[in-house]
Ligand binder design. Structure first.
Ligand SMILES: *Cc1c(COP(=O)(O)O)cnc(C)c1O
Length: 402
């Protein structure tokens, strides 16, 4: 992650473990697509806390959902029924392929849960040897021991001891190569419909359809990681809809909580048949506060016209970025993305451009493959989109002068 110049003279407090390269700035408040620092500076937020703040900052529906629940009960554990969970699970199932939802707190936990579910499915079918999962290089599924092994990024694995077994990673290859990798031990294929951290690489529709067909042919589960692409980010509620396929299992997190830590594993009843009482759990998963906010986020995204609006804004942004590419051919190699999950593959180092944008008070997020991510709140305004693109232009001018 980039580290840049900030408004404060002192650096981050070393009492916080130094696992992040942070900008030296503290945000005190947010309003819609804007974050306001403790020095009163306004930043246009095209990072959304890494694709989390679906409805921007301080959305009135989310504030009331959280505060109303906060006045009732915060936490009971999953020893008891939680009304908000049942409501949110029903809403998610109604709006997707899924028939059952497991609640957790983060994307890594959702992916980890999806991996466990896939193995357990074959165990329930009397084939416990089918426990290996085919994954793809350049993916990102989180930072737990299993999910770093699933994605196989050497930088994430280094120094963390033996790699968790059970993953067969392939370079993203043709249909035949994937089929060749399937053995009697294969349980599932796991993929992000758009590789987010990997550099906003959208998997072609035909590839996802091909993977679906392979899973059907060989009795595998298709596990889709929509932690970044889900909840409207792609312009559909879930990105798999663009490919006209249905997965068997899906992990979501980031956008569903709108800023409150929340994740889910979603599955068909058939895929989830091994997940009986006692097999999996989480103390905080689906905590009443989180699911109250989740219901409010989902209700807003499912409102008539919301997703159409996201698609319109996405094409407006894409067009403005294409114009930027024409104007700065020395800066932009390619415009990428799906919906408001947008990226620019850059010619100069992405860190320099992210820092220059920061100086223009525009927040962006770097990704792999030298890509800068533009992931505004889904309710961003057209004016804010134009504003962001003009700030990127100014940042490019600065990088040119260096
Ligand atoms: C961010 C992300 C994760 C991990 O989510 P955390 O909440 O950071 O654990 C997993 N998969 C994808 C596709 C992601 O973008």
């Amino acid at each position: 992650m980039a580290s840049g110049a900030g408004a404060l003279s002192e650096g981050p407090n070393p009492a916080v473990m130094g696992t992040y390269g942070r900008f030296n700035i503290v945000f005190e408040r947010g309003e819609g697509s804007w974050l306001i620092s403790n020095q009163g500076e306004r930043y246009l937020d095209f990072g959304s806390g890494i694709a989390v703040n679906t409805l921007g900052h301080a959305h009135p529906d989310l504030i009331s959902a959280l505060t109303e629940q906060a006045a009732k009960v915060w936490h009971t554990s999953n020893l008891y029924r939680i009304e908000g969970q049942e409501r949110l699970a029903e809403m998610l199932c109604e709006a997707s392929f899924a028939e059952a939802v497991f609640f957790c707190n983060s994307g890594a936990e959702a992916c980890e849960g999806a991996i466990k579910l896939a193995r357990r499915y074959h165990f329930a079918n009397g084939q416990p040897e089918r426990n290996r999962i085919i994954t793809f290089e350049g993916s990102f599924h989180g930072r737990t021991l299993a999910t770093i092994a699933a994605a196989g990024n050497p930088k994430h694995l280094e120094g963390f001891g033996p790699e968790a077994p059970g993953f067969d990673r392939l370079p993203f290859a043709d249909h035949d190569a994937v089929e060749k990798a399937i053995t009697d031990e294969t349980a599932a294929i796991m993929i992000e419909p758009v590789m987010g951290e990997g550099g906003i690489k959208a998997i072609p529709k035909e590839c996802l359809q091909g993977l679906r067909a392979l899973c059907d042919k060989h009795g595998l589960l298709l596990v889709i990681d929509e932690v970044q692409t889900g909840i409207g980010r792609s312009g559909k509620l879930f990105a798999y809809e663009w490919a006209d396929i249905k997965p068997d299992v899906m992990a979501i997190a980031k956008g569903i909580g709108g800023g409150f830590p929340l994740g889910t594993v979603m599955a068909t009843n058939e895929a989830a048949k091994g997940m009986v009482p006692g097999t999996h759990g989480s103390t905080f998963g689906g905590n009443p506060l989180g699911v109250a906010v989740g219901c409010a986020v989902l209700a807003a995204v499912l409102k008539d016209g919301f997703l159409e609006d996201v698609q319109q804004k996405a094409s407006r942004l894409r067009q403005a970025l294409a114009e930027l590419e024409d104007k700065y051919p020395d800066m932009v190699e390619e415009v990428r993305g799906l919906g408001l999950l947008t990226g620019l593959k850059l010619k100069p180092a992405v860190g320099d451009v992210v820092n220059a944008c920061f100086e223009e008070q525009l927040l962006t997020v770097p990704a792999g493959d030298n890509v800068i991510r533009l992931i505004p709140p889904l309710n961003v305004s057209n004016d804010e989109l134009s504003d962001a693109v003009s700030r990127i232009g100014k940042a490019f001018e600065k990088v040119r002068q260096k």
